[in-house]
Design a protein around this ligand. Structure first.
Ligand code: SR1
Ligand code: MG
Length: 419
């Protein structure tokens, strides 16, 4: 494909002709392009995703559409998001090697990325709905959040590089705008694209008339939009993680931006808590043990995050922040400074966690954990627990000291009836 070609969305029929002369693809797929099998498997809200299969193997071709797939062409969306996704993947691969799919080719004009086909990985959200466990999941994800947070900040990066990067990613305007509206704002009023399950009205009304809660959410939006602590994935839910029984990889960072240290950790934990609250509708005899496993993942994610962050603090603190000149070089420990920063990150993560729990139940883009519960009389009380814990986390983020306290709260809310 010629780089000067104007953008055209790929189709199952046109893909092998259009990409058949790209070495990056033919080397991986092999054979005659006309014999390739091409399947479109995109089930996300925004993009086309193709699996291309040939005699040598498979690749993924992900192409941005010029509109929001979930809604249609009435909601245009810039193709440039593929450019930011590509740059995010490059940085994540550097900061946490092996955590993201390998990139084989990027075409800015066509807004497409050719990348590694992960097999036998499946989307983590599906595994959680099915009641499957993933060995080492918490450690991988906690480390991913810590490594990308630490190594994408001025704790580690040279200030000039970090500021240049903030400049680069600040061009990604419409994508964070989705988060600013759908995540931080729409859940808290009767926004046009919102929907929620029948029966939830009393809980929704309680949340929306809570001015203190809404002010706290807006404070977090200010934090999200104005604070460039580190490069965040920006959409780290269980649909952005693929896993086998023993391995997990992170995908889809098109919502990348510079933002608060705790953003990815908080959003990820929210998605485990939503999986937890939805389980009574998905499990049988194994309900208790599977719910217990999910909460262990939440606790262990936070532990892995803290341990890795502390370890990087000790070994890679080479940026302008908390320099050793102010601490170790003067014979003083910086340990309590690290502990204080980790406490602030946890507080932010808890508030983000609560906000994500709200938006996935009240705003436009819900999650399959709850949506696949067909009987709304079963779904509503489970979503109510989720909404009420979300509110607690937003309002009490400063008073929940650790993940153990969080999971105890989840256990408590899991027994309550809010409707
Ligand atoms: C209109 S896009 C809706 C959601 O899908 C993406 O995956 C993000 O989570 C976004 O908020
Ligand atoms: Mg996505």
């Amino acid at each position: 494909m010629d780089a000067s070609d104007s953008y055209q969305a790929l189709t199952v029929e046109s893909l092998s002709k259009r990409l058949g002369s790209l070495d990056a693809v033919t080397e991986k797929v092999g054979g005659d392009p006309s014999s390739w099998q091409v399947e479109e498997v995109g089930d996300g809200n925004l993009n086309l995703v193709f699996i291309v299969t040939g005699p040598l193997g498979k690749v993924i071709v992900k192409q941005a559409l010029p509109y929001v797939r979930l809604v249609g062409d009435s909601w245009p969306l810039p193709l440039y998001r593929a450019y930011f996704e590509y740059h995010a993947l490059v940085r994540q691969a550097e900061r946490d090697p092996g955590s993201v799919p390998e990139i084989f080719h990027f075409d800015e004009t066509q807004a497409l990325i050719v990348m590694e086909f992960l097999a036998p990985h499946v989307i983590l959200r599906r595994k959680l709905i099915n009641g499957e466990r993933v060995e080492g999941l918490a450690e991988t994800l906690g480390k991913f959040c810590a490594r990308t947070a630490f190594r994408g900040s001025e704790l580690s990066m040279k200030s000039a590089d970090k500021k240049a990067d903030v400049g680069l990613f600040s061009g990604n305007i419409e994508i964070p705008a989705i988060t600013e509206a759908l995540v931080f704002t729409d859940p808290y009023f009767d926004a046009e694209m919102n929907h929620h399950t029948d029966g939830l009205d009393p809980v929704v009304a309680e949340i929306r008339r809570n001015a203190d809660l809404k002010a706290r959410v807006q404070r977090m939006l200010l934090n999200f939009s104005a604070n460039t602590e580190t490069m965040v994935h920006g959409d780290l839910h269980s649909g952005s993680i693929m896993a086998t029984e023993t391995e997990a990889r992170v995908i889809d960072p098109e919502f990348v931006q510079y933002g608060p240290f705790g953003f990815d950790l908080g959003m990820m934990i929210a998605n485990f808590l939503m999986a937890y609250f939805s389980q009574p509708a998905h499990r049988g005899d194994d309900l208790d043990s599977y719910q217990a496993w999910i909460l262990t993942v939440v606790e262990d994610c936070h532990t892995a995050f803290v341990d890795e962050f502390r370890s990087l603090w000790a070994s890679e603190r080479n940026g302008m922040l908390y320099p050793s000149a102010l601490f170790e070089d003067q014979g003083q420990s910086s340990g309590s400074a690290c502990t204080a920063l980790l406490a602030d990150i946890w507080t932010d993560a808890l508030a983000i966690c609560g906000i994500e729990m709200h938006r996935r139940t009240l705003s436009l883009a819900h999650n399959a954990d709850f949506e696949e519960i067909e009987d709304t009389a079963v779904r509503a009380p489970l979503e109510a627990r989720n909404l009420m814990l979300g509110a607690e986390l937003i309002q009490e983020s400063e008073t929940i000291p650790n993940a153990k306290t969080l999971t105890n709260l989840a256990r408590d809310f899991n027994k309550r009836n809010f409707l």
